[in-house]
Design a protein around this ligand. Structure first.
Ligand code: LP5
Ligand code: MN
Length: 267
């Protein structure tokens, strides 16, 4: 499957967000097992909202380590989820648009949870049109890992509406058990896949950027942050993932800032 398969060429143009500035981040992988990571991330995000005052904060997927359905939030009373809701709703209350894109770990986030956070679910891909002319193609990035054919087959299955309806109808405990099993299987399978297979296929990345008439590409998922040129000369920015040490200090984290001057890392 290629990124073109989901949308007929020539007919689909994804949503465009027209903004002066945006703070982007992804791959935080929050869970109740790691309260210090939740604390570090929500503190960073709140501070950025106050200090830098972007028009929008866009989280490009894998905010959560695993999301098995919005109903889990009311059923489990998770301190981590409550912290995220409070943090994002407070940021939105300051007049900052909060956008949530699905990642491969949290593609089951629904409208109900987004409403609780006062956030908007972002289509993957979307276009960020920065005032001043730059058009940025934004995506979680997993759909561009087209050489990882086992993953793409799996992705096609679990992103179908029919599969999701059936999965969400299962009891919460069963869904949690499936997610746990799948995480374990994924770790085993990743051990036998090369780094190249698990990276974005540049020719498909270029096709996406061309189709969206964008000037550059910005994505997460691969946990290989940085800025490189694609073969067509356009820039590709990759977001960092997040981690904290035993004392709760951030080892990896931050995000990217986009405005009329371009894109730059924010720590
Ligand atoms: O996220 P990361 O980097 O560790 O790995 C991804 C790919 N793995 C995944 C799987 C997730 O880790 C598990 C998500 C659990 C939370 C969601 C729960 C809600 C839904 C439950 C769904 C059943 O995305 C990994 C990529 C890697 O990125 C790099 O791009 O390689 O892909 C895999 O490892 C997937 C395997 O290759 C294929 C797995 C086939 C499993 C078939 C079982 C079908 C089950 C259907 C269900 C009932
Ligand atoms: Mn991911």
């Amino acid at each position: 499957m290629t990124p073109m398969d989901t949308h007929p060429p020539g007919r689909f143009m994804p949503p465009t967000l027209a903004l002066d500035s945006a703070l982007l981040c992804s791959d935080i992988h929050l869970s109740d097992d790691r309260p210090q990571l939740t604390n570090a991330f929500t503190a960073w995000l709140s501070q950025q909202a106050k200090k830098a005052q972007p028009d929008a904060i866009l989280i490009l997927g894998d905010l959560f380590d695993a999301w098995v359905g919005d109903d889990a939030t009311s059923a489990t009373d998770s301190p981590m989820v409550n912290s995220v809701i409070n943090c994002l709703a407070a940021i939105s209350g300051r007049g900052i648009t909060v956008g949530l894109m699905h990642g491969n770990r949290d593609f089951l986030i629904g409208e109900s949870f987004a409403r609780q956070c006062d956030a908007t679910l972002l289509a993957d891909p979307s276009v960020l049109a920065i005032a001043g002319g730059m058009r940025i193609a934004i995506t979680h990035g997993d759909q561009l890992c087209t050489q990882d054919t086992d993953y793409q087959r799996f992705r096609q299955q679990v992103r179908s509406a029919a599969w999701q309806k059936e999965f969400l109808s299962r009891p919460l405990q069963e869904r949690l058990a499936v997610a746990k099993g799948l995480r374990a299987q994924s770790e085993i399978e990743k051990g036998s896949k090369s780094m190249a297979i698990m990276d974005v296929t540049l020719s498909d990345a270029e096709l996406l950027v061309d189709r969206l008439q964008a000037d550059l590409l910005l994505h997460g998922h691969t946990h290989r942050p940085g800025c490189t040129s694609m073969p067509n000369g356009k820039l590709r920015w990759v977001l960092p993932d997040w981690d904290v040490d035993a004392d709760g200090a951030v080892i990896r984290g931050g995000g990217l800032w986009a405005d009329a001057e371009g894109v730059r890392p924010v720590t």
